[in-house]
Design a binder for this molecule. Structure first.
Ligand code: GRF
Length: 208
């Protein structure tokens, strides 16, 4: 049974999609052993509790230093003994200790087609604002492993979404979530759980 920890900061709609995929057996042999948030007001924590999941919330604001928060965050995650950590709308810089401890075992969902509209400053609505101001016709979402860079890890899955003339950042964010994020994140977790993902020279090979 794959032990998975999901980290959230906000609405937790991606967590909701994972819970649904587990219930519908799209993801097999996997259990969410814990949901971590840095934000006590994250609605995703309500979703987790409603699903009977173990939760832990630690806010960096309540720690004297970022180092102390990072240590507590790492300890909280380690206590769940995860095989896979999924960052699902998680807006915290991941400590290098965590990345070093879980190489190619931390997945992130980013709401654009990396390498476009990603990196420092591109998160949440800012991604979609960038997409609309550049006037691109296609955007989407990317699931990737987390490495020491910002959105630079090996790409696992991507899904494209058409940009409509009528789109606002909000409408585009919603459609990217519905048509891309909530589809490819559960898919990527399912592939990982079935040992169908390999990483070779920073590129992901998916077994058919
Ligand atoms: C989503 O667009 C996700 O890609 C981004 O944060 C937004 C909210 O995610 N990282 P969620 O509803 O908290 O899963």
């Amino acid at each position: 049974m794959l032990r998975m920890v999901v980290c959230i900061s906000g609405g937790g709609t991606n967590l909701g999609a994972i819970i649904k995929a587990l219930e519908e057996q799209q993801i097999k042999q996997t259990k969410i052993v814990g949901v971590f948030s840095n934000n006590p007001n994250a609605y995703g924590l309500q979703r987790a509790k409603a699903a009977g999941l173990d939760t832990c919330c630690l806010s960096p604001k309540t720690f004297e230093t970022r180092e102390l928060f990072n240590h507590a965050f790492l300890e909280a995650v380690d206590n769940w003994k995860p095989d896979l950590i999924v960052l699902a709308g998680f807006l915290v810089n991941i400590p290098t200790e965590l990345i070093d401890k879980y190489p190619n075992r931390i997945m992130n969902i980013h709401p654009s087609l990396i390498p476009a509209f990603c990196g420092v400053g591109y998160y949440g609505l800012k991604v979609h604002e960038g997409v609309l101001s550049r006037g691109v016709k296609v955007t989407g979402a990317t699931v990737h492993f987390v490495d020491a860079g910002c959105d630079t890890g090996p790409i696992i899955l991507q899904k494209a979404v058409e940009v409509l003339p009528s789109d606002t950042p909000k409408s585009l964010q919603q459609r990217v979530m519905e048509e891309a994020e909530w589809v490819i994140l559960p898919q990527a977790i399912g592939l990982f759980a079935e040992n169908k993902i390999q990483v070779l020279e920073h590129k992901v090979i998916i077994e058919a």
